[in-house]
Design a protein around this ligand. Structure first.
Ligand SMILES: NC(=O)C1=CN([C@@H]2O[C@H](COP(=O)(O)OP(=O)(O)OC[C@H]3O[C@@H](n4cnc5c(N)ncnc54)[C@H](OP(=O)(O)O)[C@@H]3O)[C@@H](O)[C@H]2O)C=CC1
Ligand SMILES: O=C(O)CCC(=O)C(=O)O
Length: 476
């Protein structure tokens, strides 16, 4: 059994949960101790105690800790990637790339620790100096989803520690293994006891206890819109800083002048890689009339050729869905699209593999209308639709016709349309001739409208959330 990490001690509980491989439900990866309210409160108390010293720790110490974690993650990326593929179901190359991404994130923030700075400004009054300093916000609660079991914990934990905060991490119930592996490395990194705490357990218990703890002064969350709303309301009650990353309904626009090899590759990657379980996935393919039929033919062929299979099988190009609940949700969306009159061009059925798992064909619907449920709500599975656009202006309107605003893509050879789209797409991240998913680790990440709330994640912009600005006036 793998244990919780509270105040530097590996802590047992009376209850453990089995971690099941979605590629082979007979494969139990390990069991993981489940925290209750009292363990969660102990972790929060430890983080609160440890904050005072860590918030004033030398930047060299922070750098060295983060560098240690990044270096070991990099050395062990194949092994940790293997574990990640086993617990989440993304194919091995994607999983190893995710472990590597986590390593690079720690490495990036090791450097950021040494670049911490402030500003001096002239005062409006004679004989006065003004300084701006960035201070840590306090103990930070981190609640993460199952679709990026190590990258998302890494991109929240690394900046939190870099800027002098203590941490309570609650990973998703479905994927404790990768977060535990990361926590085990952190426990040997030289970080003082209590600065980082890992509490595994159900969101409705552990997450809820975190939301109601006044000691947590900032909370960063990635997950569903519904849970995001619960988190937001609790943070408001406690006047706590919050950062929410929620869903997407990301459009990929393809114009008549696009290179269709590039466009269909971008659509295939954005819609189906990682089994479509990315908040940045392209779920609405908005195709200008002149290339619509050719685009659909080419994408249908590529979609049907994708090999679905176990995450660890080298022949697999798309792994299983994460669990039965998510599979039921995906199948429910496929049924609703059929009922609404969408044309099923590829996929739509479950796949039988040699091992029992949650396998679903990559699924493409064409001739859909913007009002259909399949074009309104986030599916979070390997399902995409095409929508016809009369011209660029119509395509832009369709792209923006959503409550979400995480990513938006366009495939075109027109500089004019690419430039216009970058300025007018209502999204936090815009891609030209690239998939809407698969982002860099060192630049800001986040959306507009219903997708995100609060300051951006990642890169140097992470400082906005993980620090508070203090203004100091000194009489000369
Ligand atoms: N934007 C994104 O990146 C993601 C979006 N989703 C969307 O959400 C849907 C459902 O996925 P799901 O995993 O259930 O997402 P949730 O929003 O339920 O889970 C995200 C995290 O929040 C925790 N949590 C759940 N309930 C509470 C609560 N009441 N208080 C505090 N924390 C809580 C979860 O814990 P626990 O796992 O223990 O329940 C998990 O760690 C997906 O189908 C998809 O549409 C899902 C994952 C990522
Ligand atoms: O597309 C990516 O690289 C990141 C996606 C992501 O963060 C998410 O799905 O939660």
């Amino acid at each position: 059994m793998k244990l919780l990490l509270i105040n530097g001690a590996w802590t047992e509980t009376s209850h453990a949960l089995a971690n099941i491989n979605p590629s082979d439900t007979d494969d139990v990866i390990d069991t993981y101790a489940q925290a209750g309210t009292s363990e969660t409160e102990a972790a929060i108390a430890a983080a609160a105690d440890a904050f005072a010293d860590w918030s004033h720790s030398p930047v060299q110490q922070r750098h060295d800790v983060l560098k240690f974690i990044g270096d070991e993650l990099m050395q062990r990326k194949d092994e940790i990637g293997h574990l990640l593929a086993r617990e989440e179901g993304k194919i091995l190359p994607e999983a190893i790339a995710e472990a590597e991404r986590a390593a690079r994130i720690f490495d990036f923030f090791a450097g950021e620790a040494l670049r911490l700075g402030g500003e001096t400004l002239p005062s409006s009054r004679p004989g006065v100096g003004v300084e701006l300093m960035r201070e840590p916000v306090g103990p930070v609660g981190i609640i993460t989803p199952w679709n990026f079991p190590i990258a998302i914990p890494a991109w929240k934990v690394a900046p939190a520690l870099c800027y002098g905060n203590s941490v309570i991490l609650k990973p998703a119930e479905l994927v404790p293994a990768s977060a535990w592996a990361m926590a085990e490395i952190i426990s040997r990194s030289g970080l003082p006891d209590g600065v980082f705490n890992l509490v595994m357990g159900p969101g409705r218990v552990v997450g809820a206890a975190m939301l109601e703890a006044p000691a947590i002064r900032a909370l960063t969350f990635t997950g569903s819109v519904g849970t995001g709303q619960i988190v937001a309301e609790a943070c408001l009650r406690h006047r706590r800083k919050m950062q929410l990353e929620m869903g997407g309904k990301n459009p990929l626009v393809v114009l008549n002048d696009a290179d269709l090899d590039i466009a269909t590759d971008a659509a295939l990657n954005g819609a189906f890689f990682s089994t479509g379980q990315r908040c940045t996935a392209s779920s609405r393919l908005i195709i200008e009339e002149g290339v619509h039929n050719r685009f659909v033919e080419m994408l249908t062929e590529k979609t049907r050729a994708l090999r679905v299979g176990p995450a660890l099988d080298a022949a697999s190009q798309m792994g299983p869905v994460v669990d039965q609940t998510q599979l039921d949700q995906d199948v429910g969306f496929i049924d609703s699209a059929r009922k609404d009159g969408a044309n099923l061009r590829a996929g739509g059925a479950l796949v039988k593999c040699a091992t029992p798992g949650f396998y679903l064909e990559p699924t493409l619907f064409t001739d859909t209308s913007p009002a259909m449920r399949i074009n309104r709500d986030e599916v979070f599975g390997p399902v995409a639709t095409t929508i016809r656009a009369r011209d660029y202006d119509h395509a832009l309107d369709l792209a923006n016709d959503t409550e979400f605003g995480l990513t938006a893509g366009i495939c075109t050879t027109s500089l004019k349309h690419a430039t216009h789209f970058k300025r007018h797409a209502q999204a936090g991240m815009v891609m030209v001739n690239l998939p809407t998913a698969g982002v860099d680790y060192h630049v800001p990440f986040g959306g507009t409208k219903g997708s995100s709330f609060g300051p951006r994640e990642q890169g140097s912009y992470a400082a906005e959330f993980f620090t508070t600005v203090k203004t100091a006036y000194t009489a000369a």
